[in-house]
Design a protein around this ligand. Structure first.
Ligand SMILES: [Zn+2]
Length: 306
């Protein structure tokens, strides 16, 4: 079902599950040359023709990006995947996502979901653009946006990104752009006892399995939804842009561990191809999801799922 009057909301089915996409923000980001570590101009020239210009600005080649969340409804349970940048946050290291005033909660309501309707919130990983709506500002205090929900984070990311643990690690690759998010969007959830911290593979809801996919962050995970033999894989930022399906060794410059990120990306693409799953990365513009097919030792996107 699509609601053509509102391009920020659309939905599709995965077996018996209904999945509704809610868009928070849209815009252009860095060019591929600047976003991808390992960028190869010749490979870019060879592969960009397979990527529609709904994914690359035709004038500047800047990446078209979205911040978006998904609500999964299955067996009476409502699960929200990723929570964007949020409103009113102080983001000195990433001003584009600071002090936002988006109508995200209004869009969620238009799609049929009030904050108290959400049973489970899952963050694919803890980064500034995936945790924002975990909380909202009420009378000067960051309070959980979804008061009834259990919030599912990985233990690895909750440990790694807590500024109180900074002395245990070398400087984080994403330290500057991610400054502030833990204290305003994660700690308030932990302090109220609303978080479930997972390690390894875990079942977290009807038809929903988490699997570790470390590298982009130490606790990055995929969320596989399965219903009636249909599957979707929410993969966060393991794949940022369709170019990485054709060039799976290209990391984002924000990947914390380059080697593990490449290994996890290939594993996720392999799984998506083998399971014939709909792959749902966090930031795709265009159709917002893709099928993946094997192509020799590599992969190709297939766009005909709609
Ligand atoms: Zn992201």
């Amino acid at each position: 079902m699509t609601q053509p009057t509102d391009p920020t909301i659309d939905s599709f089915r995965v077996g018996r599950a209904r999945v509704t996409r809610i868009e928070e923000w849209r815009g252009t980001f860095l060019t591929p040359e600047l976003l991808f570590a390992g960028f190869d101009p010749q490979a870019y020239e060879r592969t960009r023709g397979e990527i529609g210009f709904q994914y690359l600005d035709p004038a500047t080649h800047a990446i078209e990006a979205r911040l978006q969340s998904w609500v999964i409804e299955l067996d009476g349970v409502r699960v929200l995947i990723d929570t964007g940048a949020g409103n009113d946050k102080d983001r000195p290291g990433l001003p584009v996502f600071g002090a936002l005033k988006t109508p995200f909660l209004e869009r969620l309501a238009t799609a049929g979901f009030g904050p108290s309707d959400i049973d489970i919130v899952i963050c694919t990983h803890l980064h500034v653009d995936h945790v924002g709506w975990n909380t909202r500002l009420v009378d000067g205090e960051w309070v959980p946006t979804f008061p009834r929900a259990q919030y599912v984070f990985t233990a690895a990311d909750a440990e790694y990104w807590d500024p109180r643990n900074a002395g245990n690690y070398p400087p984080h690759v994403g330290a500057a752009v991610n400054a502030g998010f833990f204290d305003d969007s994660v700690r308030p959830i932990l302090d109220r006892g609303l978080a479930r911290l997972v390690s390894g593979s875990a079942l977290v809801g009807p038809g929903l399995r988490l699997e570790p996919a470390p590298g982009h962050t130490p606790g990055s995970q995929t969320i596989t939804l399965e219903s009636d033999a249909e599957r979707a894989i929410f993969c966060g930022d393991i794949v940022h842009h369709p170019l990485q399906i054709l060039n799976p060794d290209w990391n984002s410059i924000f990947c914390e561990d380059a080697s593990r990120a490449r290994t996890s990306r290939r594993a996720v693409l392999e799984n998506a191809a083998r399971l014939e799953a709909r792959l749902i990365p966090a930031h795709f513009a265009g159709e917002h999801s893709v099928r993946v097919v094997r192509d020799g030792q590599g992969f190709r996107p297939r766009w005909d799922h709609a």
